[in-house]
Design a protein around this ligand. Structure first.
Ligand code: FAD
Length: 474
């Protein structure tokens, strides 16, 4: 008879096998350190029944990088044999054909999901990694030297004790965050407005957008988009495309800082008539303009149209713009009026990380310190609690968390946010985390005991017979 509460011990848990968690595993494989990481057990825990898929492919927009950036994540001699099947994959060839242009995220998501599946199968077969799919991490207790996880599969709870937890569970947008941002400028949301996150809106097709927002237009109310990022400009385009023929004539864009555009170099920016600050907007390492915070590709085209012609792309939908910091004196008033007239407000003000309940060993709850655009973590992704205590052993770098720009790689001075993206997950961000995880796992390793299958191990091997999510198969 098995009990519901079972304990497992391992060296490392990768919590969340989306784009960030998979970037970490790819990097461990490419750098040849996976065997060391797996020696005392590596478990991948993901809430989805298809770990490795993540959310990127669900957004109905184009990528903010060219196809080759994603191919580059798969391009490594150590991965070549694993990815042989991709030679026959239409998803792979679709992205290859768009090596120099920005592909739709649906196509990127398809390729990355195929590549992730191949890697997961490989590491299960060759390194004994266990994949607990359909398993949600519900609580984490941190103490120096050990991290305890409470996980749930189909109603069954189980504990994992590990030395290192790589925790990237995706991002979320909370209306409280939006309200706090507006309140800083003396603005508030109208009580009756439908507040919709860009994360939800960008996953909707045109029919779904019309179902949700045509009643707002029919009531003669305005739609306001809040934010100045890629998501905000993608939202403007998707709204204009879906709603122009349902009567949408004008959208309002309320953003805090100037809208920044990315250029490869100063000459390119000058040629396009784009004004930039030579001190604050230029990356000292690469010479690129607004390298971290500038709009790229499709979002840049939309941004340029909005800045120059006040229109969304080639549609007839116009945009009223209000810049809250350093904008025209009337902008704040314009924003207040537009919000007052809005029946729907689309929140594009960034993400917070999805987190389980976090506790100290004495059961006091942990709140992680936030930074502009993510978490106040060190270069290895270890966050701080509300008292400034560093939580060594927990590593976050995915959406909503991010990492500060690496001074060696460069960024523009004006960029105050956190960096995250697929290429970073596979390279710079996960390299720093990998090094820290490996050092910690080795430092805290227990002295080997005489080999004998433990009860926990035996239970673990048989668990899949009872709980499908706990099998060591992908
Ligand atoms: C609209 C939009 C467009 C973007 N475009 C680009 C782009 O063009 N290029 C680029 O490089 N980046 C882009 N990004 C940024 C980033 O690459 C993606 O957001 C990426 O999906 C983030 O990966 P992640 O692993 O952090 O989160 P996700 O991909 O969301 O993965 C989270 C994983 O955690 C799992 N999970 C959730 N809760 C639990 C739990 N409790 N327990 C266990 N598992 C759990 C989920 O099942 C999932 O597998 C974009 C982001 C957004 C929002």
């Amino acid at each position: 008879m098995f009990e519901d509460h079972l304990d497992t011990e391992c060296a490392c848990v990768v919590g969340g096998a989306g784009l960030a968690g998979m970037g970490f595993l790819f990097n461990a494989l490419k750098t040849g350190v996976l065997p060391q990481l797996c020696r005392d057990g590596l478990i991948v825990v993901d809430a989805s029944d298809r770990p490795g898929v993540g959310s990127l492919g669900q957004y109905r927009i184009t990528a903010n990088s060219v196809g080759d950036v994603f191919i580059d994540c798969l391009r490594d001699p150590r991965l070549a044999s694993i990815f042989e099947p991709l030679e026959y994959s239409p998803a792979y060839w679709r992205i290859r054909r768009q090596a120099d242009s920005a592909p739709p995220l649906a196509e990127v998501g398809e390729l990355m999901a195929e590549a992730h599946r191949l890697v997961l199968e490989h590491i299960v077969k060759h390194f004994g990694v266990r994949i607990w799919h359909s398993t949600a991490i519900t609580a984490v207790t941190w103490q120096p030297g050990e991290v305890h996880l409470l996980v749930e599969t189909a109603g069954f709870e189980r504990r994992i004790r590990c030395r290192a937890l790589v925790l990237n569970l995706g991002g979320r947008q909370t209306p409280q965050h939006l309200c706090a941002g507006l309140a800083a400028h003396g603005l508030s949301l109208p009580a009756a407005a439908d507040v919709l996150g860009s994360d939800v809106l960008l996953r909707m097709n045109a029919v779904q957008i019309r179902e949700r927002l045509v009643p707002v237009l029919a009531a003669g109310r305005r739609i306001s988009v809040i934010g100045g990022s890629h998501s905000a400009f993608s939202v403007l385009e998707n709204l204009a495309d879906a709603l122009e023929f349902a009567g949408l004539q004008e959208l309002t864009l309320i953003h805090r800082n100037p809208v920044r555009l990315f250029y490869e170099c100063a000459e390119q920016a000058h040629a396009q008539g784009y004004d930039f600050d030579a001190q604050r907007d230029v990356c000292p390492v690469s010479g690129r303009i607004n390298r971290s915070g500038g709009l790229r590709y499709r979002a840049q085209q939309i941004g340029r149209e909005v800045l120059h012609n006040g229109r969304v792309g080639k549609t007839g939908v116009t945009v009223r713009r209000a810049q809250l910091q350093g904008g025209a004196p009337a902008d704040l008033e314009l924003a207040a009026q537009a919000l007052g007239e809005s029946g729907a407000v689309i929140q594009c003000t960034g993400y917070q990380p999805v987190l389980p309940q976090l506790y100290h060993a004495d059961d006091t709850s942990i709140q992680l310190r936030q930074a502009n655009g993510g978490l106040d973590a060190n270069a290895q992704g270890c966050p701080q609690d509300q008292d400034g205590r560093r939580l060594d052993g927990i590593y976050l770098f995915g959406i909503g968390a991010g990492l500060a720009p690496d001074p060696q790689l460069g960024s523009e001075q004006a960029f105050e946010g956190r960096i995250y993206g697929v290429w970073q997950f596979h390279h710079t961000a996960s390299s720093a985390v990998l090094e820290a995880v490996l050092a910690r796992v080795q430092r805290l390793a227990r002295k080997p005991e005489p080999a004998r299958p433990s009860l926990v191990q035996t239970l673990d091997e048989r668990m899949h017979l009872l709980l499908p999510g706990l099998s060591g198969k992908v």
